[in-house]
Design a protein around this ligand. Structure first.
Ligand code: FA5
Length: 339
């Protein structure tokens, strides 16, 4: 029985078979249990001998079972490890990497330029009060110039801001002039009920600049705008200032850049003029200063609002603004320069 048992254990090639053999040999209905149960029929002299022998056989079989189990478990583990082996020398799989949007890149570039000139970067709210977006900018409720910016109203008094100029009165009323001049740059998203076309989007970006101090002149504004143009375009494009009108600046100007598509000759994108408008600017209107509690006899300043979407079109020769909002990675990934 013992030798047969040991042979069966040895030839069990999977754990399940070892268990079966164990049940057969050592289980309640197995031969060892039967021998031990039959002890009561033996003579007192025979009992210890048979008992000791039966126990010895049982222990031997049990040890052989344990040993075989360990062997099989080790073999299974080795097999698993071999299957899971990793070749660390193989090249890794490429994980596609995101990148800042081209408009974000332009905003960041100008933020860096203006921070270097001591400007503070401020973040306005996209949901704004009519009061700040219009009234405090010298655009009372019935002012005809409100028509220049078709507005998404949320309630009668709350709207999606149509211009980052809405930050002007907030910056003005919060500034303490005893600590120095006010110099802020405020980039962000704005909204207008414009019909989308190649150069207009109902949602676009503006970067607002505002400087207020004593003795600020139009020459400071012009110098600043030329710096912006040089930073973004080098001397690739011509820039011109045109007299314009905004209710919150006096005098007001608009800046145009030569149209990239037609080399200044005229095409559909620039409405046949050869120029594309990129920003509005001017000297802060005395009434805007007064409404923020600032004496226009003592302080003056300039403001500008530029459209980075249009700058991006010019810089990269993109002929349709809508491309920036389609989120097509194939289009957007062209503009990222590493480092
Ligand atoms: C304004 O919004 C004024 N707040 C600018 C300003 C600021 C003037 C400070 C004076 C002082 P305007 O509506 O022209 O002005 O828009 C400014 C710039 O935003 C435009 O030159 C253009 O580059 C961009 N822009 C305007 N409308 C759109 C549009 N629908 N899609 C894309 N860009 C636009």
């Amino acid at each position: 029985l013992r030798d047969q048992g040991l042979a069966d254990i040895k030839s069990a090639d999977v754990l399940k078979k070892v268990n079966d053999v164990k049940v057969d040999l050592l289980g309640k209905k197995g031969p060892i249990t039967e021998v031990l149960r039959g002890m009561r029929d033996l003579t007192p002299e025979e009992r210890p001998k048979v008992g000791a022998y039966a126990n010895e056989v049982r222990d031997k079989l049990q040890a052989a079972i344990d040993h075989r189990r360990e062997e099989l478990e080790l073999a299974a583990q080795n097999k698993r490890l071999a299957a899971e082996k990793i070749d660390v020398t193989l090249p890794g799989r490429q994980v596609p990497q995101g990148q800042p949007h081209v408009i974000t890149q332009i905003i960041t570039q100008l933020e860096d330029l203006f921070m270097g000139m001591g400007y503070q970067i401020v973040d306005g709210d996209e949901v704004e009060e009519d009061y700040y977006n219009f009234e405090r900018l010298n655009l009372p409720k019935d002012h005809p110039a409100r028509d220049m910016q078709d507005t998404f109203y949320i309630t009668k008094e709350i709207l999606l801001r149509t211009q980052t100029s809405a930050d002007q009165p907030r910056s003005l009323e919060n500034h303490d002039f005893s600590k120095g001049p006010l110099k802020v740059l405020s980039p962000g998203r704005v909204y207008r009920r414009d019909t989308d076309d190649a150069t207009h989007s109902h949602q676009f970006h503006q970067i607002e600049g505002l400087v207020v101090d004593k003795h600020i002149t139009m020459a400071d504004l012009k110098g600043t705008l030329i710096l912006v143009a040089n930073e973004l375009f080098g001397d690739q494009f011509d820039v011109r200032l045109r007299p314009s009108y905004f209710p919150f600046t006096e005098p007001s100007v608009e800046a145009d850049v030569t149209c990239f598509n037609c080399n200044g000759k005229g095409c559909a994108v620039c409405k046949q003029t050869g120029w594309i408008e990129v920003l509005g600017a001017g000297m802060v209107h005395p009434r805007v200063l007064k409404m923020s509690g600032i004496d226009p006899e003592v302080y003056g300043g300039f403001a500008f609002g530029l459209g980075p979407d249009r700058f991006a079109m010019l810089k990269y020769g993109v002929d349709d603004i809508r491309n920036f909002y389609l989120n097509d990675v194939r289009f957007l990934s062209q503009f990222y320069k590493k480092g």
